[in-house]
Design a protein around this ligand. Structure first.
Ligand SMILES: [Zn+2]
Length: 277
């Protein structure tokens, strides 16, 4: 851990503070830039020295300075989570380009996880630009993201002599198509069998974004991880909280957490699964 890692953690806290604004305002269709933040209790503008990530929450004991209304725990949780995720990116990729590409990816996931948890929606203004960003940034993703038989075969078919330069782009586009496509097919099949909508198009677009950043193998792993975690939590709710099967769990919240786990641990899992080479 260097001083640079510490700065990047602090930068993550500041970004997390902005993500809180996005999480609150995007579902309401409001601008994330203006006006300045206000207390939802009394409407008082939040002064800059009360808007320091994490520290202000601790110093104010989680209450508004003007009216004493308690501040949602979401604010420090999102700030700390973003700080730690940014730190993890710096530690994993040592400030090479993937550090910044995946910091952006994780910031988008944080918005989706919290918005879906609170509102059961995955806004297009996050998932669609996110998918495009994933494809555009593919040359700066980690080595090996698209180094799979399908992407190599497709890139070689398109350009046999220079497939290496084409590979990241092909891998990212394939990731978006397969990641989103699998959920589209599963949702359509569910609708045929159960005669009601199972998955939203928001989940499909979110998985297209995950595939664009991580490639199709990690997208599949994310769907497995998200479904597995969702089933465990769902069973727990049915057994201990008396919720019935129709109770809607926010699938995007599980997919987002799964994608973050796959980003950091998926390569070793896939390597282990494929066996020693
Ligand atoms: Zn207030």
């Amino acid at each position: 851990m260097s001083i640079l890692h510490g700065f990047y953690f602090a930068f993550g806290l500041v970004v997390g503070s902005f993500l809180n604004v996005c999480i609150c305002r995007i579902p309401r269709g409001e601008s994330v830039v203006s006006p300045r933040s206000h207390c939802p209790g009394c409407g008082a503008a939040i002064r800059p020295h009360d808007n320091v990530p994490l520290l202000s929450y601790l110093l104010l004991h989680g209450r508004c300075r003007s009216c004493g209304e308690s501040i949602s725990l979401q604010y420090p949780v999102v700030e700390l989570a973003t700080g730690l995720l940014f730190y993890a990116c710096a530690a994993e990729w040592a400030f090479t380009p993937p550090t910044f590409v995946y910091s952006l990816f994780l910031a988008l996931l944080v918005i989706l996880v919290f918005v879906d948890y609170q509102h059961q929606i995955l806004p297009n203004v996050v998932t669609i630009p996110g998918t495009i960003a994933g494809i555009l940034l593919s040359p700066w993703q980690a080595e090996g993201t698209s180094r799979d038989f399908l992407s190599v075969a497709a890139a070689s078919a398109l350009n046999p002599d220079g497939y290496e330069t084409l590979l990241p782009w092909v891998g990212s586009v394939l990731g978006a198509l397969i990641g989103g496509g699998i959920l589209l097919v599963v949702g359509f099949a569910y609708q045929l069998v159960r005669r009601r909508a199972g998955l939203g198009m928001g989940d499909v677009k979110m998985m297209a974004m995950v595939g664009a950043f991580l490639g199709w193998r990690s997208a599949l792993l994310t769907i497995f991880a998200g479904s597995f975690a969702g089933s465990i939590i769902g069973l727990f709710l049915i057994m201990f909280k008396g919720k019935n099967l129709q109770h809607k769990l926010a699938f995007g919240t599980f997919l987002g957490t799964g994608a973050a786990a796959v980003l950091f641990f998926g390569a070793s899992f896939l390597g282990w699964y494929a066996g020693p080479r």
